[in-house]
Design a binder for this molecule. Structure first.
Ligand SMILES: Cc1cc2nc3c(=O)[nH]c(=O)nc-3n(C[C@H](O)[C@H](O)[C@H](O)COP(=O)(O)OP(=O)(O)OC[C@H]3O[C@@H](n4cnc5c(N)ncnc54)[C@H](O)[C@@H]3O)c2cc1C
Length: 493
């Protein structure tokens, strides 16, 4: 569990001062409340606290008002009540991988409720379900599921990402076109609400909350665990990785256009693929089927993309090796997570990239990105389409707004050491601007799991939740009228 200290500030020494302007001034009052209710905390100055405040994205750090590390659901309820009583907003943290460090509040002064101790995975093979704590990290969860009857769920690729944030806002990985997003596989969620009560959310219990949790969860409560549908992990999977080297904008445009056409109309659900455009460029993915069928699909596609002769590897892999192929390291994660990057990121979720947008994107790459020596990339994940499981869910059955986004595009600009210089923000901002300027009238949408810290609240709300935003605000008013769970980009904030 790590080193947890209990704060036993004497009652009465600290008097709550009412609505103070600065939530950091309320640290003593909140700590006192947590102490009285025996909620474990990390205290400033301790090694645990210092480590816990290091987010995945070191560019975006924040100072909380207090830091709770509950071990029971009652602790979570008590922590929420301490925040609410003291007018300090409450934020759940699971894996700490939010690009905007939203797990640390996304701004100073929140009471952080770190769910790291809620990390168990219990499979019920009879019903093909698993109860999974939200504080688990994906690599550990995948391993635990596999060790209990070779079960699996659909989830993202990075083994350090937390189940909580990933699932509540999407959850795309290399089996999502076959099995849906992570959030599509939730059967029910156990949630601590703003009034500190515990409820179950499912299609039959609190269905409006269940709808909101699946796409915008952080604003609605603290989820302690999910029950997921599981499936038997597929083995003998075809993992492919081709090196492609577009020589100019026209060649890149051909790759993107062919991939887009294929994804929209033809791509079978058992094929999941991505284009990773960077200093080196790869076209990779997984096919859940036979090698012969893979070749029959892939060879003509590569011809259309103009990469028929691309050098690469195609191998047959077990489920766990398939996950490892895309995880940049081992699945099993250390108890103290200490992997970080320093970056700025943006996303687009286009239903369709018109030819003019593809041309603008490709020209920007040719003229501005190719010569950029920082460690940037643009990732195109084939997401929706006529045969994708993601698109088979109707647009209004969850609050996830991007059911028909052909690509999930992630723009990422990082430095390998030192700080991210503010003069570098225009690099990605202008790339998106070039695409949008070339295709006026399209609301592209963005993915909150790739939180873009440069957005205003209004831009964030409109881009992340599109037409679902107004209904989300209504559900927020019903479940969190006093705005206990807020943040710079959350629903209703
Ligand atoms: C290296 C890397 C790889 C990634 N790969 C993928 C990928 O393959 N596919 C994909 O879809 N995404 C991917 N992501 C994005 C990732 O899904 C998001 O960053 C996600 O929000 C991280 O969840 P977390 O719990 O780790 O983060 P946190 O920062 O802890 O939380 C993120 C948000 O969720 C809220 N939250 C967390 N836990 C709870 C809870 N229990 N109850 C209520 N609210 C909660 C937080 O308050 C915060 O707003 C990746 C991110 C990184 C850094």
């Amino acid at each position: 569990m790590g080193q947890i200290s209990l704060v036993f500030a004497s009652i009465g020494l600290v008097l709550f001062s009412g609505a103070s302007a600065n939530p950091l001034d309320k640290r003593a009052a909140v700590d006192d409340c947590l102490s009285r209710l025996k909620v474990p905390v990390f205290t400033p100055g301790s090694g645990d606290y210092t480590q816990a405040l290091k987010p995945f994205n070191l560019r975006v750090t924040f100072k909380p008002a207090a830091y709770a590390v509950p071990t029971t659901v009652q602790h979570v309820q008590d922590a929420v009540s301490c925040g609410a009583q003291n007018n300090v907003v409450v934020t759940a943290k699971s894996g700490g991988h939010s690009y905007g460090s939203h797990g640390l509040g996304g701004e100073d002064g929140h009471l952080i409720v770190d769910m790291k101790n809620f990390n168990t995975v219990t499979v019920d093979q009879g019903s093909s379900t698993a109860v999974i704590g939200t504080g688990g990290r994906l690599g550990n969860v995948a391993t635990a599921l596999y060790n209990q009857g070779k079960q699996a769920i659909s989830h993202g690729t990075c083994p350090g990402v937390g189940v909580g944030g990933l699932t509540l806002h999407g959850g795309y990985g290399l089996i999502s076109r076959s099995k849906g997003l992570t959030l599509d596989n939730i059967v029910e969620a156990t949630v601590v609400l703003a009034n500190s009560t515990v409820v179950t959310a499912s299609t039959t219990q609190n269905p409006d909350l269940f709808w909101a949790l699946r796409g915008a969860g952080a604003a609605f409560g603290i989820v302690t665990n999910f029950k997921f549908k599981t499936f038997t992990a597929p083995e003998n999977n075809i993992v492919f990785n081709y090196q492609v080297s577009p020589g100019n904008a026209a060649q890149l445009a051909q790759i993107i256009n062919a991939m887009q056409n294929f994804t929209r109309f033809e791509q079978p659900p058992e094929l999941n693929m991505r284009l990773f455009l960077s200093g080196f460029t790869t076209f990779s993915g997984v096919y859940y089927g036979s090698r012969a069928n893979f070749d029959a699909i892939m060879n003509p596609l590569k011809q259309k993309m103009g990469i028929g002769n691309a050098f690469g590897s195609v191998s047959t892999n077990s489920w766990l090796n398939t996950l490892t192929s895309f995880s940049n390291g081992p699945l099993q994660q250390a108890a103290v997570y200490d992997t970080h990057e320093t970056f700025f990121s943006k996303s687009l979720m286009p239903e369709y990239l018109p030819p003019a947008a593809v041309d603008a994107l490709s020209r920007y790459w040719e003229q501005n990105a190719r010569s950029n020596s920082r460690s940037w990339y643009l990732l195109f994940d084939s997401h929706a389409g006529a045969k994708s499981a993601i698109s088979s869910v109707s647009a209004d059955s969850t609050s996830y707004a991007h059911r028909n986004a052909t690509f999930k595009m992630q723009f990422y600009d990082r430095v390998n050491s030192g700080n991210y210089d503010p003069s570098w923000f225009p690099f990605l901002n202008n790339w998106i601007k070039a695409i949008k300027d070339a295709s006026p009238g399209i609301n592209y949408g963005m993915y909150i799991n790739y939180a873009d810290t440069s957005l205003t609240k209004d831009e964030a709300h409109k881009s992340y939740w599109l037409g679902n935003y107004d209904k989300l605000v209504q559900v927020k008013a019903a479940y969190d009228p006093k705005k206990v769970f807020v943040g710079p980009q959350l629903v209703g904030s």
